[in-house]
Write a protein that binds this ligand. Structure first.
Ligand code: 5AD
Length: 465
């Protein structure tokens, strides 16, 4: 059977889409190849959120074409995902070796198209059309994990975004918000737990908008909170996460859920984008600095050890030094456990691309470096403060980067390495943190040789606020 290799750029949603395509191909008998050098089919799953991401994917494909030619090979080549959606036919015009361009509503059609192309029934496929119901088609899983069975899994719950932030290309690459049904998501999660999964991460471009139009608010609980509750009730599941929410989706019902649902881990990725009210308005974010800080305060009141991460854009059009200092002060005030700092990138057909006062590259670079330094300093102190403390981790399997060690994550999503073995996989363990590395903790079992006892001795991270 033909072999296939998928290279993925971008977010967790893209990783999940790639996994679903891989599962589909494996089910048809395709074999996963260890690298693009030997595969019969090479797919590049793309990201469009910043220009750099697009350039990386284009360079990767050009390189794959060059190396294949040199080696006298002609694999079937495809682009899929966000850049495939936004550039469409233009991709096969600039890179004629590409056979397949698959948009964001077409992942479930990948295997059919690849079969057709390999069999010579078609010469080339470019399909970026809308397809009603496609959000429900991303449900197959491979679950191979890192040399063994997967303990954690991503579950796609909705697609698209209606927020229309002025900098963001996602509404055009992923389309309008479409949710799967609650029952379908819960049955997928149940199935995953049956296959050994202990933690699920509910995924979507704006998960807090899940089911907004279809599922009425019940007892003050939004459709999203109702979904979290339903997943939480699955026996054998240990942890529930989700990403990415919108801060405006953090109503009291969701804040309160953190106090009430023990499997809902103390962790929130709350993209703030800027600390300046003027910028937030121009970005069309739908909240003020004060409202954002209010949400953080409420979350910390319910869960003092809440792990908080964020996304920030520097150099949005018209950002003054004073606006930027508002972002610095917000970052200082919140004290994020980790933050992704992005240099503003002009995206095609977005309102911000046409705004006056686009900032020069050097200024964006300089602000990025200042904020990046501050974020890392604060985050390092947060990690350092855990040394000597006991944390609960869910053991995922062997470490990806550090051979010989096992890895797990704390409830607040911090990576922990320890000398474990296969028998620890999928278990909740208490570890004492011995030292820190860059966004990594190194731990030792808190009660040596008493693995069974540690399973019930569950503690959460102490308050760090
Ligand atoms: N420029 C820079 N960063 C962007 N993001 C989205 N669009 C842009 C853009 N045009 C960032 C936001 C978002 C994250 C996924 O990517 O911070 O939260």
């Amino acid at each position: 059977m033909p072999t296939v290799f998928i290279k993925t750029f971008g977010c967790q949603m893209n990783e999940r889409d790639s996994e679903a395509v891989a599962a589909q191909l494996v089910a048809k008998g395709y074999v996963l190849a260890p690298s693009e050098l030997v595969a019969d089919v090479v797919l590049v799953n793309t990201c469009s959120v910043r220009d750099l991401a697009e350039q990386k994917a284009l360079a990767k494909m050009a390189n794959i074409v060059g190396v294949a030619r040199k080696n006298g090979r002609a694999p079937l080549l495809g682009f899929m995902g966000c850049m495939a959606q936004s550039r469409g036919r233009q991709l096969v015009e600039t890179l004629p070796d590409v056979d397949l361009v698959l948009g964001t509503q077409k992942f479930h059609r990948a295997a059919g198209y690849i079969d057709d192309l390999l069999a010579g029934r078609r010469d080339q496929v470019v399909d970026t059309d809308e397809e009603p119901g496609s959000q429900s088609a991303i449900r197959e899983h491979l679950l191979a994990g890192n040399s063994g069975k997967a303990v954690t899994a991503f579950v796609s719950i909705m697609q698209g975004c209606n927020q229309h932030c002025t900098f963001c290309i996602v509404p055009s690459t992923r389309g309008a918000e479409r949710s799967r049904t609650l029952d379908d998501i819960v049955s997928e999660c149940r199935e995953l737990v049956g296959r050994g999964v202990r933690e699920v991460t509910l995924l979507g471009q704006i998960v807090t908008s899940f089911g907004k139009r279809e599922i009425p608010v019940k007892d003050g609980k939004s459709a999203f909170v109702q979904l979290v509750e339903a997943v939480h009730a699955i026996d054998g599941l240990e942890r529930v996460r989700f990403t990415a929410p919108h801060p405006k989706g953090y109503g009291d019902d969701l804040v309160e859920a953190y106090g009430r649902l023990p499997k809902l881990v103390e962790c929130a990725h709350l993209p703030v984008q800027s600390g300046s009210d003027r910028m937030l308005k121009l970005m069309h974010r739908g909240y003020s600095r004060e409202r954002y800080l209010g949400i953080i305060e409420k979350l910390r009141r319910v869960q003092p050890g809440m792990g908080l991460t964020t996304d920030i854009i520097v150099g949005f059009p018209g950002e003054t030094e004073a606006d930027f200092e508002d972002t610095l002060s917000l970052a200082r005030e919140v004290g994020f456990d980790q933050a992704f700092v992005f240099k503003y990138s002009q995206r095609k057909d977005t309102p911000a691309a046409a705004m006056p006062d686009q900032l020069p590259e050097e200024l964006i670079e300089e602000r990025h470096a200042r904020l990046f330094e501050m974020i890392n300093r604060i985050a390092a102190a947060k990690y350092e403060a855990l040394v000597g403390r006991t944390v609960e981790i869910l053991v995922e399997g062997p470490s990806r980067k550090n051979a010989g060690r096992f890895q797990g994550r704390t409830r607040s999503n911090k990576l922990v390495l320890f000398s474990g073995s296969e028998r620890h996989r999928g278990r909740l363990m208490d570890l004492r943190i011995e030292r820190t590395g860059s966004f990594t903790l190194y731990g030792d079992p808190a009660v040596v040789g008493m693995d069974d006892a540690t399973e019930s001795a569950v503690t959460t991270e102490p308050g760090l606020a």
